[in-house]
Design a protein around this ligand. Structure first.
Ligand code: 6GU
Length: 245
């Protein structure tokens, strides 16, 4: 699959997207990530990408022409989706990431915080995306977040160990705690169940820890999830322990 990112700060994105898992996927030919400078799609001498808003107010607004020209030049005759990154967008989450991973081409337009001409929203883009309830100066960091999260759903991008773990029983829950050597550090011990060699017992302990953390921090995740009978059982145990302590 291919990402095309349109931005007035191409340098910012190149450094973010050419490291780690993404770099490897690009080298393997699974992913293509292209960064496009919006100024290359202007036609005037000053390569102007923004202008003052009609009706007054401070700040500058991204002009429609360069954005339309860029998307029309970049969009390929494949299953493609064009997204504008903006705090006004729908909230980006794992579900949307998986959906975007189903396209052959994802075009990401990095908005500026002051705004983008509304005709881009109404007549060019398929969806508007926000990565959370806070304001960033531009959509560049948000685009990097989207590329990384979507890529993880593209087959072959993340290693086997990781994907197996994600498809396992812990999916939809916060992670259980992990430990490595040494067994004891400054008097702090690794839970002894992890040395028991009893894999069933270890799996149950991990599930219980994941449920405990999810219940404490993100009870909303539990509500939007079908619980297995083992999970129901462990949740009862957890709630009982809470009452007793
Ligand atoms: Cl996508 N853009 C900007 N500018 N700010 C944001 C955002 C996007 N998501 C959260 N805040």
């Amino acid at each position: 699959m291919r990402f095309d990112i349109i931005t007035i700060f191409p340098g910012l994105l190149e450094s973010l997207l050419t490291a780690g898992v993404l770099k490897k996927a690009v080298e393997k030919g699974i992913l293509q990530v292209r960064v496009h400078d919006l100024r290359d799609y202007t036609t005037d001498k000053h390569r102007q990408v923004d202008d003052r808003p009609y009706g007054g107010l401070e700040g500058m607004v991204l002009k429609p022409e360069p954005i339309f020209r860029a998307v029309e030049a970049i969009r390929e005759p494949v299953e493609s989706v064009t997204c504008l990154l903006t705090p006004q967008g729908e909230r980006f989450d794992s579900r949307l990431a998986e959906k975007l991973a189903g396209y052959r081409q994802v075009i990401l337009i990095c908005g500026r915080y002051e705004g983008v001409d509304e005709r881009v929203v109404e007549h060019l883009v398929d969806r508007e995306i926000s990565i959370g309830d806070y304001v960033l100066t531009g959509g560049e960091l948000a685009a990097a977040v989207v590329v990384e999260a979507v890529s993880r759903f593209v087959p072959g991008v993340v290693g086997k160990e990781e994907s197996v773990r994600h498809d396992s029983f812990t999916a939809g829950l916060l992670d259980f705690p992990q430990y490595t050597r040494p067994r004891e550090y400054r008097g702090y011990r690794v839970p002894s169940v992890l040395f028991s060699g009893d894999h069933k017992k270890i799996a149950r302990w991990r599930l219980k820890k994941a449920l405990e953390k999810t219940l404490a921090r993100r009870p909303d995740l539990l509500e939007s999830r079908q619980l297995s009978s083992e999970e129901e059982e462990l949740l009862e145990e957890i709630k009982k322990e809470r009452k007793d302590s």
